[in-house]
Design a protein around this ligand. Structure first.
Ligand code: HEC
Length: 112
């Protein structure tokens, strides 16, 4: 009984933690207006690829900081640079698309 309570508490904590740290269904719904069928899992995958590949030369840049148009122009450019630097862990086109979905969905910068 006691271990059940502890297990429940851990689950609750994990649920709260992931709510703060990661992406929500509302994010996926917003993103799906631009990327039909986008899921929370797909967004999380994009976030992971972004964090894996996009902070070796500069710090991780918040997706919020750039507009959608800027991301659409920048990501392909950055992928070329990243793949030149690390051909062993090159970003393929599926991962590039996944990164783009994540940063565009989470972008809050106005278009310019
Ligand atoms: C090989 C090193 C390297 C990697 C890997 C890299 N970048 Fe960059 N990034 C740069 C350099 C150099 C600049 C500044 C020059 C420029 O804008 O072309 C830059 C600039 C940027 C900027 C603009 C920053 C600003 O202050 O306006 C963004 C956004 C960005 N990178 C995103 C990414 C993303 C997304 C990825 C992963 C796909 C990535 N970068 C991976 C080297 C890299």
């Amino acid at each position: 009984m006691k271990s059940l309570t502890i297990a429940a508490m851990i689950l609750l904590l994990a649920a709260c933690g992931s709510k703060m740290m990661s992406l929500s269904q509302a994010d996926a719904n917003r993103g799906a207006t631009k990327f039909p069928g986008l899921t929370v899992a797909a967004l999380n995958a994009g976030k992971l690829h972004y964090e894996t590949h996009c902070q070796s030369c500069h710090g991780l840049i918040s997706p919020k900081a750039k507009s959608e148009a800027t991301w659409r122009a920048l990501v392909p450019k950055m992928v070329v640079m990243a793949n030149k630097k690390s051909p062993m862990m090159a970003i393929d086109s599926a991962k590039q698309a996944s990164i783009l979905q994540y940063v565009v969905t989470m972008s809050t910068a106005p278009a310019k």
